[in-house]
Design a binder for this molecule. Sequence first.
Ligand SMILES: C[S@@+](CC[C@H](N)C(=O)[O-])C[C@H]1O[C@@H](n2cnc3c(N)ncnc32)[C@H](O)[C@@H]1O
Length: 164
Amino acid sequence: MSYSATPPEAGAAAVEHQDGKTRADYVLGHSERELERLARQGALFSDLTRDLLVCAGLRKGMQVLDIGCGVGDVSLIAADLVSGEGAIQGIDPAAEALAIAQARLDAHGKTWASFSQGTLESLEDCSRFDAVIGRFILVHLANPAEALSGLRSRLQAGAIMSFI
Ligand SMILES: C[S@@+](CC[C@H](N)C(=O)[O-])C[C@H]1O[C@@H](n2cnc3c(N)ncnc32)[C@H](O)[C@@H]1O
């Protein structure tokens, strides 16, 4: 994997980017209450998310990057779709969320999912991924169109981009 990511550290919700700047913390924060809200929201949107990922073309054996994975709800669905023949990599700036995501996926026996700290802006070469996905992340970016365009240029031809 080729992006600037560091192992999760407690309390670190912002990361230093390649340009040396550290972006402001995510506006909703990562309190225990917010992480619980994310899990409730995940349950509410689970079927819709699965349907959209299937329509987008996610299938068995794919290498998938889940950007802004939060506590791992989308990663969990994607892990089902790709099965153990594929792999899920989740990234998020929030160490607290990543720790929960990893514990949840481990508890489900989805050992082909792993998580690391990072942001969409810190991604470099993503050419090993067959699909890049994300849910409820674009609204939190300063310039979503620019971010998506930059992301596309780092993917292999034919890779899937699916953002909800
Ligand atoms: C509303 S939550 C959605 C979490 C998850 N995708 C879901 O649907 O349950 C948005 C997530 O995006 C993460 N985030 C915010 N800015 C980000 C960025 N620049 N790059 C990657 N993730 C970011 C936040 O830390 C937060 O966990």
